[in-house]
Design a protein around this ligand. Structure first.
Ligand code: HEC
Ligand code: HEC
Length: 187
């Protein structure tokens, strides 16, 4: 006759199994908030974004992400992770339905890089940004990318790219010094 486990033993095994699952779940939960998770599960195209997050050279084209990473922000601080959104992402991933540009980056999300988004509480104080950028990059004092005759027609994302190259929109028409790592917006 097979020996049956005593009640106590069965209880111990059950408790141990629950503990293992709980530890695994907590571990997965922590891992799932790290930048590396985003590319580990979804590989391309997020690897580009994660590489930028971990790069150390601030003169690189995706300096914006480094600045945010240095400030202690991770992907989820600025990208929401609602269940609906994640299901949509999973569907795109499963069907390879991502739209990527020529550099392998996802087509821009227009809700990001707007004034409302960047100046939300705890982030950038608009007055300080404007005050600090008169005569930016050694240009004449009257030039400020954040206060000009273009106000209203340009938005943050017309110049700033967090993951790719920053472009100076004003340089379409004006001959201006470019900050390090920036390019002029072409016609
Ligand atoms: C016309 C181009 C342009 C637009 C539009 C623009 N910026 Fe900038 N921004 C710049 C340039 C150029 C700099 C200076 C970069 C440097 O000197 O390294 C800068 C710098 C900054 C900085 C750093 C300032 C500092 O004091 O270190 C912040 C923050 C910033 N911009 C936020 C924004 C936000 C938010 C918006 C949208 C509301 C915006 N920018 C729109 C061109 C632009
Ligand atoms: C579509 C072309 C165009 C763009 C883009 C543009 N400007 Fe201008 N800007 C002009 C023209 C034209 C003048 C008038 C020049 C004149 O009267 O001699 C001017 C004048 C100015 C002046 C007055 C000084 C001067 O050189 O006459 C400043 C300052 C200025 N722009 C800043 C900016 C800034 C900052 C940006 C980017 C946010 C920008 N401009 C983007 C065309 C442009």
């Amino acid at each position: 006759m097979r020996k049956r486990l005593s009640k106590n033993k069965r209880l111990t095994i059950a408790v141990a199994a629950v503990a293992v699952v709980a530890v695994a779940a907590v571990g997965f939960g922590v891992w799932s908030t790290t930048p590396a998770f985003c590319s580990a599960l979804c590989h391309s195209p997020l690897a580009n974004y994660v590489d930028g997050y971990y790069q150390t050279d601030l003169s690189q084209t995706s300096a914006g992400i480094r600045v945010h990473a240095n400030a202690g922000l991770d992907c989820l601080s600025r990208h929401s992770r609602s269940t609906a959104r994640q299901l949509g992402e999973a569907a795109h991933w499963a069907t390879d339905g991502y739209q990527v540009d020529e550099n392998g980056f996802l087509v821009k999300d227009e809700t990001l890089l707007t004034k409302e988004f960047c100046t939300q509480s705890g982030c950038h104080t608009w007055e300080a940004v404007v005050d600090g950028t008169w005569g930016f990059a050694g240009n004449d004092e009257e030039f400020n990318p954040h206060a000009s005759h273009q106000d209203g027609s340009v938005t943050c994302g017309d110049c700033h790219s967090i993951h790719q190259q920053n472009e100076l929109y004003c340089a379409k028409c004006h001959d201006l010094n470019l900050p390090e790592g920036w390019v002029a917006t072409s016609e």
